[in-house]
Design a protein around this ligand. Structure first.
Ligand SMILES: CNc1nc2c(CC[C@H]3O[C@H](OC)[C@H](OC)[C@@H](OC)[C@@H]3OC)c3nc(N)[nH]c(=O)c3cc2[nH]1
Length: 371
């Protein structure tokens, strides 16, 4: 079961308000999807995630295949039951992870051979296995197995890579038989607009119910990422959800929603929480900064999350400096709440027909706004 309903088209941009409906519930778009690589959004419980407004989370084929194993998770009732998350899950196909975790990965027509980063064992991840794993996990939305082309690849290499990804996408479509689960295609094409157009054409020709823009946010300049996303988004069918993988900062989310993109994932909120960088309505706050040592103020007076309504900056700084585990939970909870609130503000502006013209403030630490 999969539906995408466009509820309102923004007048001042390509942004649209929508709803993706799956077996495990509805996702209001534009949506930010917290990353839960190893069957957990690090340090947060499913209840925390629901309190923050998360409607869908991500899982990772590569990681869960290697540990604890997709067959074990299937035996135990699938990923939803395993991690006690009863809302939608999207899993990535593992293509990107293999490359980001294995510089010895070898690509052939069959797939990618690599050594596990855990125990060095040899594996072949093929389009068929990537689909088998995601079907065993039981994710609601699964991704085609692709090769994210390196940003420094030549035009010839990029063309070969996108054509391989298209052949792999076709094999994923063949292998995908599980009902109640939706396969998204992924558009590649590297840093070349003409190849982005070609990859979009080939991927649309295969026909999917949703399309991701891949191969971006892989180290290229921010301006290049935005320009290629802007070029690619309108090439994708109006009536299908568009998902920009690995993006992004609060400002990127606004800029890319205006291009007509509906779904986003990024490790920023959870990863930065763990190194003490917190997103607030007044910009970034580095909770390690000595200026918070005796501050009885909440992290963000405009935030209604558990962290901001129960604890002072002094306490958050103390926990972080003392390397307390609780710091990870409180920081992650706030950053996820911030990104979810940021996205709901974007959805409200589209619903009200207001311009999407605000920016994430400069860092509070550098500004002299005295708080
Ligand atoms: C950051 N820039 C970024 N991330 C790209 C991901 C992975 C997203 C992935 O990014 C982390 O994996 C590393 C997350 O785990 C830490 C995954 O969450 C489970 C998330 O899966 C959707 C891509 N995945 C595929 N299959 N194809 C892509 O072309 C692609 C491009 C990305 N750019």
């Amino acid at each position: 079961m999969f539906e995408f309903e466009i509820q309102k088209q923004h007048t001042a941009s390509r942004a649209r308000l929508g709803a993706v409906t799956t077996v495990h519930g509805t996702i209001h778009t534009p949506a930010f999807m917290p990353v839960g690589t190893q069957a957990t959004v690090k340090a947060l419980s499913p209840e925390d995630l629901k309190d923050c407004g998360a409607e869908i989370i991500l899982g990772n084929t590569y990681h869960l295949y290697l540990r604890p194993g997709h067959k074990l998770i299937e035996q135990l009732g699938g990923l939803h039951r395993f991690m006690n998350w009863d809302r939608p899950i999207l899993t990535d196909s593992g293509g990107y992870q293999v490359f980001s975790l294995n510089d010895l990965a070898k690509v052939t027509e069959d797939g990618v051979t690599f050594r596990s980063h855990l125990d060095g064992s040899l594996h072949l991840l093929s389009p068929e296995l990537a689909v088998e794993i995601q079907q065993a996990l039981g994710a609601d939305i699964i991704m085609a197995f692709d090769e994210p082309t390196p940003p420094d690849a030549s035009e010839t290499q990029t063309l070969k890579s996108l054509e391989l990804s298209t052949r792999w996408a076709a094999r994923c479509r063949q292998a995908h038989t599980r009902a109640g689960q939706t396969l998204f295609g992924i558009v590649q094409g590297g840093m070349f607009k003409s190849l982005r157009t070609e990859s979009a054409r080939q991927t649309i020709d295969l026909g999917f119910k949703g399309y991701a823009i891949g191969g971006l946010s892989v180290g290229e300049e921010k301006g290049v990422m935005l320009e290629l996303a802007e070029h690619t988004a309108p090439l994708l069918p109006e009536e299908a959800p568009r998902y920009l993988m690995g993006v992004g900062t609060p400002d990127d989310l606004i800029d890319c929603v205006k291009m007509g993109i509906d779904m986003f994932d990024c490790v920023l909120p959870t990863r930065n929480a763990r190194n003490g960088t917190l997103y607030t309505s007044r910009g970034k706050v580095n909770i390690r900064n000595a200026r918070h040592r005796s501050s009885d103020l909440p992290l963000d007076p405009e935030c209604a999350c558990y962290t901001c309504t129960h604890y002072s900056r002094a306490y958050l700084r103390h926990l972080y400096v003392a390397d307390e585990i609780f710091a990870m939970r409180l920081n992650s909870l706030h950053n996820i709440a911030f990104f979810q609130t940021w996205m709901s503000g974007i959805r409200r502006a589209i619903a009200d027909g207001r311009p999407l013209d605000w920016r994430f403030p400069e860092s509070e630490d550098s500004g002299n706004n005295g708080s």
